[in-house]
Write a protein that binds this ligand. Structure first.
Ligand SMILES: [Cu+2]
Length: 209
């Protein structure tokens, strides 16, 4: 039952998009696309991001852990607070051994106001541990590209807020989408189970495909 659900979500939500944006393996230049990533991997993206410690990194840096990813903006007064709270609930629900192999990544859609400094303040305000949580800022184009791959839609409104999808995405060790939790305040049981399975696969060096 469970694996089928995983595959269905993966196919429906991201694999096609990932293939269309990622470089086809036939044409990938060795210098640009790390051979280790599959063509469904978000880690193929060449975009450079800045974290809240002002360091530049590629998404491939997130490889090696199961990653729980959401797009958000720091001044959101409603939904993003709940998205982060839902991610906190997932974090708390994981057994300690699994938690150490899971990362949580927030990527801002507010490229103008959410500077690395603003993200640093957000981390402090929400007490997000530095060893597990990554907060990223990118260029508007790179942010749009990642949003498209994650199936996140967003639109800036006149009051400076954003209307946006409420989605939490689970990436396996290779950066492939294996699950998405849509909505706010959802039941996280199934998501936690899937993360634990992905962590178990990681521990035994297997790749979920
Ligand atoms: Cu929001």
């Amino acid at each position: 039952m469970l694996p089928i659900a995983v595959f269905a979500v993966s196919c429906a939500n991201s694999s096609r998009d990932a293939v269309s944006v990622g470089k086809p393996s036939c044409c990938a230049s060795n210098a640009e696309a790390p051979a280790a990533f599959t063509d469904r991997s978000l880690y193929q993206l060449d975009s450079t991001w800045t974290n809240d410690a002002n360091q530049s990194l590629k998404l491939g840096k997130l490889q090696g852990r199961v990653q729980i990813v959401a797009m958000f903006f720091a001044s959101c007064t409603y939904a993003c607070t709940i998205i982060v709270h839902d991610m906190n609930r997932i974090e708390s629900a994981l057994p300690e051994t699994a938690r150490a192999k899971v990362g949580f990544t927030l990527v801002t859609i507010d490229t103008e106001r959410d500077t690395p400094e603003a993200l640093r303040a957000y981390r402090a305000a929400h007490k997000l541990p530095a060893d597990r949580w990554t907060l990223l800022h990118g260029t508007p184009d790179d942010t749009l590209e990642l949003a498209a791959l994650l199936n996140v839609k967003f639109k800036r409104e006149a009051n400076g807020q954003f209307a946006h999808s409420n989605l939490i995405t689970v990436l396996n060790e290779q950066g492939e989408v294996i699950h998405q939790l849509a909505g706010l305040n959802q039941d996280i049981k199934e998501t936690v189970k899937l993360i634990e399975r992905a962590v178990a696969a990681l521990r035994h060096n297997l790749i979920i495909q």
